[in-house]
Design a protein around this ligand. Structure first.
Ligand SMILES: NC(=O)c1ccc[n+]([C@@H]2O[C@H](COP(=O)([O-])OP(=O)(O)OC[C@H]3O[C@@H](n4cnc5c(N)ncnc54)[C@H](O)[C@@H]3O)[C@@H](O)[C@H]2O)c1
Length: 313
């Protein structure tokens, strides 16, 4: 894949897309975004040299049109909420399983060379002793995790059956700018810090995640597009660092300059994994991926973005 060829980014008007599409366009790629704007926003791409097509990945004809004249796909579009998938598994299935199948099938019909898919580490593997890696046995505990595993299954099958060069990248918990519409814990903490309300922790604060900055995820996706890895490959792109919710709350308080901000503990929620962080060794070996943004640097930068862009009114 060379920079002069065109790429379709599904879900490119969302949080990860906002950074990824900027970086691809700045790197010389011709980028078309297909997004139904359900959780994304056209404003995320304002001023970016990319074409935005409003359409749905469940619509095969919309996909055929969107793929015309392009060489590869980065598939980000998804129903991304774990809690939402527990509440409405059917809606999650429609977008993440049927939608991903439709993207792969349209890519096959269009003779696309490379499809890079956004997958997930923690939610797909479920409760396992971390660090998880590509040999960990997937045992999803939410419909969202199961839907991402199904997408990886189809990606592998399309690589073997049709020679489509698929690469699935399993993200850690991504944070960074343009995430104001997400309901992740960092946003919830930042909103509490802004409003003066206590920061709410579900469970006892020992649950852990692997927080990776969106710059690093965008770098991993671009490497997956450009490096010569076999179709059907699955890789973890993460920070490799375990952060408990209590530690995260503390890092967020410090990022906002209020280390004594109150914290309130509430009962644990269903469908959420206990401990998780991932090894990115294989992504490092095959793609040359390594995270560059530490949480100590990334969280203050993200707080500043929220202050300047979201909380300024
Ligand atoms: N953010 C994270 O921490 C994280 C972690 C692991 C995996 N992922 C995966 O990364 C990808 C991007 O996540 P994000 O955080 O940017 O989410 P997001 O919700 O901000 O972006 C998803 C985009 O897809 C679009 N979309 C949703 N359904 C669609 C449909 N049916 N047709 C067309 N467009 C549709 C939305 O409008 C949105 O712009 C997703 O596949 C998600 O599952 C994200």
């Amino acid at each position: 894949m060379t920079a002069s060829e065109g790429i379709l980014v599904t879900g490119g008007a969302g949080f990860v897309g906002a950074t990824l599409v900027r970086r691809l366009a700045a790197g010389g790629y011709r980028v078309r975004v297909l997004d139904n704007l359900s959780t994304g926003d056209a404003a995320h791409l304002s001023g970016v040299d990319a074409e935005l097509v409003k359409g749905d990945i469940r619509d095969a004809a919309a996909l055929d049109d969107a793929l015309a004249g392009l060489g590869s796909v980065i598939h980000l579009a998804a129903a991304g909420s774990v809690i939402g998938s527990v509440q409405d598994p059917g809606a999650n299935f429609e977008v993440n399983v049927l939608g991903t199948f439709r993207v792969l099938d349209a890519a096959r019909r269009a003779g696309i060379e490379r499809v890079v898919l956004a997958s997930t580490g923690g939610a797909l593997i479920g409760d396992a002793t971390p660090p998880v890696d590509e040999r960990s046995l997937p045992k999803p505990i939410s419909p969202y995790g199961a839907s991402k595993l199904a997408g990886e299954g189809y990606a592998h099958a399309f690589a073997k059956a049709y020679g489509l060069r698929t690469v699935a990248i399993r993200f850690g918990n991504v944070y960074g700018p343009w995430s104001a519409r997400k309901r992740g814990v960092i946003n919830v903490f930042f909103e509490a810090l802004h409003s003066g309300e206590p920061m709410v922790i579900h469970g006892d604060g020992t649950a852990s995640r692997d927080y990776v900055h969106v710059d690093d995820i965008s770098g991993a996706l671009r490497l997956a597009l450009e490096k010569d890895v076999p179709g059907g490959t699955v890789l973890h792109a993460a920070s490799g660092v375990e952060t408990t919710v209590s530690e995260l709350a503390d890092l967020c308080r410090r990022a906002a300059g209020v280390p004594g901000h109150p914290i309130e503990y509430r009962p644990r929620r269903a469908g959420e994994v206990g401990r998780n962080f991932a090894s990115y060794d294989l992504a490092n070996k095959l793609l040359g991926y390594a995270p560059t943004v530490t949480r100590e640097a990334g969280l203050p930068r993200t707080w500043k973005w929220f202050k300047d862009e979201v909380f300024r009114a």
